[in-house]
Design a protein around this ligand. Structure first.
Ligand SMILES: [Zn+2]
Length: 157
């Protein structure tokens, strides 16, 4: 159950730190809200409101900015679309642009994908959609953004 305070908090947090996107992966389209934080309590709070899981802690690899561990939260598909629609009235111009673009790409997905929005499963986390190199979006970001060399990638993007 999300309270009005939860939504306001989430809107403020995602305004600063969140990402809203609609990604094409192997011919499938998927919608995602994601956020990462160095603070476990903050990531867990976001996960609770989003009704998503909080993953981590993850270590940044050599070469990444900073050394503190971080946590990641992501929500995909129809549930992400619901949250984006709830957040619309609270977001600033730039985030609103991202949300509207993502929702409009997602609403134009082929009917064959249905509302359940099945994406190819990631090899690292089969319950998540594959993004690139066999990885889910979170692991892709750990591998490439934070240079976590412990994450195995497939040869093909
Ligand atoms: Zn993964």
């Amino acid at each position: 159950m999300r309270t009005a305070n939860d939504i306001m908090w989430l809107a403020g947090y995602l305004e600063g730190e969140g990402s809203f996107c609609c990604i094409t992966s192997n011919g499938y389209l998927y919608l995602q809200i994601s956020v990462s934080s160095n603070d476990q309590d903050i990531a867990e709070k976001a996960a609770k409101i989003l009704e998503a899981r909080c993953h981590g802690p993850y270590q940044r690899g050599p070469g990444a900015l900073g050394t503190s561990p971080y946590w990641q939260v992501s929500l995909t598909g129809a549930r992400a679309a619901d949250v984006m629609n709830i957040l619309i009235p609270f977001m600033g111009k730039r985030r609103l642009g991202q949300i509207k673009k993502a929702l409009s790409s997602w609403s134009e997905r082929p009917a064959s994908q249905g509302n359940s929005l099945k994406a190819e499963p990631a090899k690292c986390h089969p319950e998540e959609a594959m993004y690139k190199y066999g990885l889910c979006r979170s692991c892709h970001s750990r591998r490439f953004r934070w240079n976590d060399q412990s994450i195995q990638i497939s040869a093909q993007p």
